[in-house]
Design a protein around this ligand. Structure first.
Ligand SMILES: [Zn+2]
Length: 336
């Protein structure tokens, strides 16, 4: 292996071991003054930017020609970032990341050094990470900035769900937000609003448009009250629009619990257009805030089948409404 550009020892290196090779002919010095002894040929093959840096004046000229110490090139990246980049260049263990900020920093460097394969690998890392959901908006902004289509598509759903105004200051203070325009933000808000509207319509059609055929305590009380009122009116005066059906299965009245649930569901959808409005806490809140003594029965009894069907249909509602957004823009309409 003498003369090989690759290290003799191929053992797995701990993630924080800085890559350095005794036979390296170039020293890359990071911003935190760590030195990586590497091979010019390898770096030149990996990035044309490195090629330019090595061949031009960036290589430290202060080293005497007779010195056995390799020439040095200073980089603005930290040792963590350089170590990660070198791990993509050499056939060693790939870097491991413990925070999204670390991935972002390496992405920035990969972009600077025109290392497309590193960017592609980092895209795959993010696609398989929990950051996709937990930090969806930031991941979407990154994908958008670096034109990573697969990541952009995968993170769109999570970005649409997350309103940038709900983020904490430290979440806002990211480098990528500077590349995120106000129009891009309103486009996401339009998608969120459009999806919330579609979910609301679905709930209306599937859950409330079909009569339950059940009369609860508050509907019975309402009917009795109206009957009493009508009975007290002089003959021929029917009290405006009040109508009391003789049908025990009358469905023109809605239980208070259902009205409460509908309001809470709509509020929840406007906050997060991907929320599960049929979750127990929301249903129980609606039941408890209703005066109807049958609220739990009204909201929970015989609903499972319908709810399963609605959830399934909700999953099919898209997260992107590009055509509608462009039409709204063309019409100069108020979009949210
Ligand atoms: Zn009721």
């Amino acid at each position: 292996m003498q003369g090989s550009i690759f290290p003799v020892r191929r053992a797995r290196l701990p993630e924080y071991t800085l890559l350095t090779f005794p036979d390296g002919d170039l020293i890359v010095k990071s911003s935190d003054k760590k030195e990586f002894r590497v091979h010019k040929k390898v770096l030149c093959l990996a990035s044309e930017i490195f090629t330019g840096m090595i061949s031009l004046d960036d290589v430290n000229p202060s080293v005497p020609l007779e010195s056995t110490r390799p020439a040095t090139v200073d980089v603005t990246e930290s040792s963590f970032i350089m170590n990660a980049l070198l791990r993509y260049i050499y056939p060693v263990e790939r870097p491991r990341f413990s925070a999204l900020d670390q991935i972002v920093a390496v992405m920035m460097a990969a972009d600077k050094y025109l290392m497309g394969h590193v960017m592609k690998d980092l895209e795959d890392v993010l696609l398989g990470s929990t950051y996709l959901e937990a930090d969806g908006l930031r991941v979407y902004m990154l994908a958008h900035h670096f034109s990573l289509k697969k990541l952009e598509d995968a993170s769109l759903k999570h970005a649409v769900r997350k309103d940038v105004l709900s983020l904490r200051p430290e979440q806002i203070a990211t480098a990528e937000i500077t590349h995120f325009s106000l129009e891009a933000y309103y486009r996401l808000r339009f998608f969120a609003w459009k999806r919330a509207m579609r979910c609301e319509t679905l709930i209306e059609e599937e859950l409330f448009a079909t009569p339950t055929g059940k009369i609860c305590e508050c509907i019975t009380a309402s009917r009795e009250s109206d009957s009493k009122y009508l009975a007290e009116q002089p003959e021929g005066d029917w009290g405006g629009d009040i109508y009391v059906s003789d049908d025990e299965n009358e469905t023109s009245r809605t239980c208070e619990a259902v009205v409460k649930f509908r309001l809470l569901a709509y509020e929840a959808l406007m906050e997060d257009c991907g929320t599960d409005v049929f979750r127990n806490d929301l249903m129980l809140k609606a039941a408890k805030s209703s005066k109807c003594r049958d609220s739990l029965r009204t909201l929970f009894e015989d609903r499972d089948q319908k709810i399963t069907k609605i959830r399934w249909k909700m999953d099919k509602i898209p997260w992107e409404f590009e055509k509608e957004y462009l039409e709204a823009k063309k019409c100069n309409a108020t979009i949210i």
